[in-house]
Design a protein around this ligand. Structure first.
Ligand SMILES: NC(=O)C1=CN([C@@H]2O[C@H](COP(=O)(O)OP(=O)(O)OC[C@H]3O[C@@H](n4cnc5c(N)ncnc54)[C@H](O)[C@@H]3O)[C@@H](O)[C@H]2O)C=CC1
Ligand SMILES: O=C1O[C@H](COP(=O)(O)O)[C@@H](O)[C@H](O)[C@H]1O
Length: 253
């Protein structure tokens, strides 16, 4: 069971979702290249994940890592995703292995599989009565260079698992939106991830026993084209939210 956790990208949106429910659950070491603008739990390390020495130092004594730091923009250029998302992720895995960390949960993205959303399948696949599902066993089909960088992060995890026995969970996060699902956006509603389901899923990633996994990070939405069965079975993910329970910003169920 994890006690001390390194959270990279802690100052961002996903980091905020994770800490909003799990602040008191672990001994946190938070890392971000931007200093925090509010009071956060644990120790805060201001560092860039491409700085091998700084990441090695931050990793010392940790049981688990939730690795979120990176450029999250779907239009991010290669000049940014190469250092921040690919090389930075390699540095994190490498330091985790060196420090004897058990588990790394990696923030991958729906954009690693964006090109499954073909003209023939859309918009029907975003709707409740469509049974098309991606389940994490399919090959990546990135929709942009950002998606390529996330697929590369998954592949690096595969290598560090096979070569060094690191447990790695790659979470293909859908659309994290605070409070309510995205409004007037069918695709976003199909892959909505609520803040509390996000925190719970990452907690399951650092608590469950597994080798290497790719799972989808969405709430239990009636509309969905990502299966959450693997996350349920292997990680014990039990999401509480469903975008169908909302009409705009009003909860209706
Ligand atoms: N928000 C979402 O719906 C989704 C997010 N993701 C992934 O989740 C992760 C977090 O995303 P968000 O919180 O939304 O983004 P964000 O931009 O709010 O947070 C990312 C954090 O990482 C930090 N960071 C970026 N590059 C860094 C580096 N080289 N060294 C140290 N810190 C660095 C930034 O300062 C920022 O605080 C990203 O890897 C993103 O690709 C994936 C799918 C959906
Ligand atoms: O990977 C990410 O995906 C989400 C959702 O994608 P979108 O195409 O619906 O915008 C995006 O909001 C987030 O910034 C990105 O990191």
């Amino acid at each position: 069971m994890a006690q001390s956790v390194l959270l990279t990208g802690a100052a961002g949106r996903v980091g905020t979702a994770v800490l909003s429910d799990l602040a008191d659950e672990y001994e946190w070491r938070l890392l971000d290249r931007d200093p925090p603008t509010e009071d956060l739990p644990g120790e805060f390390v201001v560092a860039d994940i491409t700085d091998e020495d700084a990441v090695r130092e931050a990793m010392a004594g940790m049981d688990a890592v939730i690795h979120l730091a990176g450029d999250p923009r779907k239009e991010a250029p290669w000049s940014s995703v190469l250092p921040n998302n690919i090389d930075g992720t390699r540095v994190v895995y490498e330091a985790a292995v060196e420090a004897g960390v058990d588990t790394v949960a990696f923030a991958s993205s729906n954009h690693a599989v964006g090109h499954y959303e073909t003209d023939e399948r859309t918009p029907e696949m975003y709707r409740e009565d469509d049974d098309f599902r991606l389940d994490g066993t399919e090959l990546p089909r990135p929709g942009n260079l950002y998606g390529v960088s996330k697929a590369a992060g998954e592949l690096l995890g595969r290598y560090y698992h096979d070569e060094h026995d690191l447990s790695v969970a790659c979470v293909r996060i859908g659309n994290l939106t605070k409070g309510h699902p995205p409004i007037d956006y069918e695709r976003g509603q199909a892959m909505w991830l609520s803040y509390r389901d996000c925190a719970h899923l990452f907690q399951r990633c650092i608590e469950a026993d597994y080798g290497y996994e790719i799972v989808y990070g969405i709430s239990d939405n009636d509309r969905k084209y990502y299966s959450i069965e693997r996350a349920r079975e292997v990680l014990g993910y039990e999401p509480q939210d469903n975008s169908a329970e909302w009409n705009g910003d009003e909860r209706i169920a």
